[in-house]
Design a binder for this molecule. Structure first.
Ligand SMILES: NC(=O)C1=CN([C@@H]2O[C@H](COP(=O)(O)OP(=O)(O)OC[C@H]3O[C@@H](n4cnc5c(N)ncnc54)[C@H](O)[C@@H]3O)[C@@H](O)[C@H]2O)[C@@H](O)CC1
Ligand SMILES: [K+]
Length: 213
């Protein structure tokens, strides 16, 4: 079982990129793998709500939104902190143009209703500190949705390296993590927030991990 810190994961991704697997392709692989795992867990789901932050965790969520829409599911993307800011997340956000996906800012809803599955694409390894009001509201909507709650990489509101759980953090049924486990997946404080943990291969070769983890 390989466990790496957020900084080590960045180095592994950097090695993979240098070896010809682009960051955009890693995001595509992460979203695709997570989508397949979530579908295998909830094959009867028809309505998907994806709560997206503005970083790359949100980008993984946009990949899932596209794949689900192409499969004919009803897909709603909720932007918790406005439009994405990272290059690859922006690319995947714009790939939703013309697809049957409803995109709405969180300010326009007062709760998450009617979804069979809610996907937490708010924060991944980039999160630290406490939840600010917008993040806290998004986590609260997810936790109170009553839907099956699947977190991408880790439940939002948890520090990947220390396992510190911010007040109001997401309490997931399933966590799909990418390439390697992170310390929070095994720490006593944070593990219970992950639900079932599934490790997804995102195409990074073994040699990219040499000397790490
Ligand atoms: N090549 C890559 O970089 C890949 C990244 N992947 C995904 O990208 C994630 C990491 O993405 P990012 O580094 O963009 O960051 P995140 O998407 O985890 O976080 C989003 C933003 O939240 C901000 N933030 C941190 N603490 C906050 C707080 N308390 N309140 C509000 N905002 C806060 C951070 O500055 C960051 O910009 C991974 O967990 C994984 O899901 C995957 O797509 C695989 C490939
Ligand atoms: K997440």
């Amino acid at each position: 079982m390989r466990i790496v810190t957020a900084a080590q994961m960045k180095q592994i991704e950097c090695n993979a990129d240098a070896g010809g697997l682009s960051y955009l392709q890693m995001m595509e692989n992460a979203g695709t793998a997570a989508y397949q795992i979530i579908r295998a867990h909830k094959p009867d789901a028809h309505v998907l709500a994806i709560v997206a932050g503005k970083g790359n965790n949100g980008g993984d969520g946009f990949v899932i939104a596209r794949l689900a829409a192409q499969d004919g599911l009803a897909v709603r993307v909720v932007l918790a902190e406005g439009e994405p800011v990272t290059v690859d997340a922006k690319t995947n956000f714009h790939r939703l143009d013309g697809l049957n996906v409803t995109v709405c800012p969180i300010e326009q809803i007062d709760r998450l209703t009617d979804a069979d599955v809610v996907i937490d694409a708010l924060y991944g390894t980039g999160f630290h500190g406490t939840l600010r009001p917008s993040g806290a509201k998004a986590c609260c909507f997810m936790n109170e949705s009553g839907a099956y709650l699947a977190a991408l990489d880790l439940p939002s509101g948890i520090h990947a390296d220390t396992g510190a759980v911010a007040e109001g953090a997401v309490h997931a049924d399933l966590t799909v993590t990418f390439d390697s486990y992170k310390p929070l997946h095994v720490q006593e404080t944070s593990k219970p927030y992950c639900g079932e943990i599934v490790l997804a291969d995102i195409g990074i070769s073994e040699e990219c991990h040499n000397g790490i983890g």
